[in-house]
Design a binder for this molecule. Structure first.
Ligand code: DAT
Ligand code: MG
Length: 138
């Protein structure tokens, strides 16, 4: 089991001014920030990042949303990072997310749900490499 995961603070949370509160929560939950940057995805890059969902009916909306404004991308370190972070962010649909989760607190809808969290160790590596070079990991 790897101790790293990858996250993004999505454009909705950036726009609503919740990026600071979300980072604060992540740090207070004991994650070490290995890498962090603010950037903006082009439609092409957003489409590449979510290529696994290409055939889903929401893919177009998802790509449009994820390229609609800046995001903060980060690699996080903690024991059992992928699973613990998925628990911290909560269900994809904030209406189904547990109390105390980041999505419950900050997400408005299933499409615009405030944060991303990798779903496996393998994808955490792929997603971290998508945004960060080795020199950008501390
Ligand atoms: P998660 O982000 O919890 O890993 P996912 O990988 O199934 O969820 O989907 C990726 C993103 O796609 C999700 O964060 C928001 C969007 N999405 C998923 N299901 C959706 C739906 N039914 N309608 C609209 N957007 C959806
Ligand atoms: Mg996913």
């Amino acid at each position: 089991m790897s101790n790293r995961t990858f996250t993004m603070i999505k454009p909705d949370a950036m726009k609503s001014g919740h990026a600071g509160a979300i980072l604060d929560r992540i740090i207070k939950e004991g994650y070490r920030i290995v890498a962090l940057k603010m950037t903006r995805l082009s439609e092409t890059k957003a489409g590449e990042f979510y290529a696994v969902h290409k055939e889903r009916p929401f893919y177009g909306e998802l790509v449009e949303f994820m390229s609609s404004g800046p995001v903060i991308a980060a690699i996080l370190e903690k024991e059992n990072a992928v699973n613990s972070f998925r628990t911290l962010i909560g269900a994809t649909d904030p209406a189904k997310a547990d109390e105390g989760t980041i999505r419950k607190q900050f997400a408005a809808s299933v499409g615009e749900n405030a944060v991303h969290g990798s779903d496996s160790d393998e994808n955490a590596l792929i997603e971290g490499d998508f945004f960060f070079s080795s020199l950008e990991r501390i």
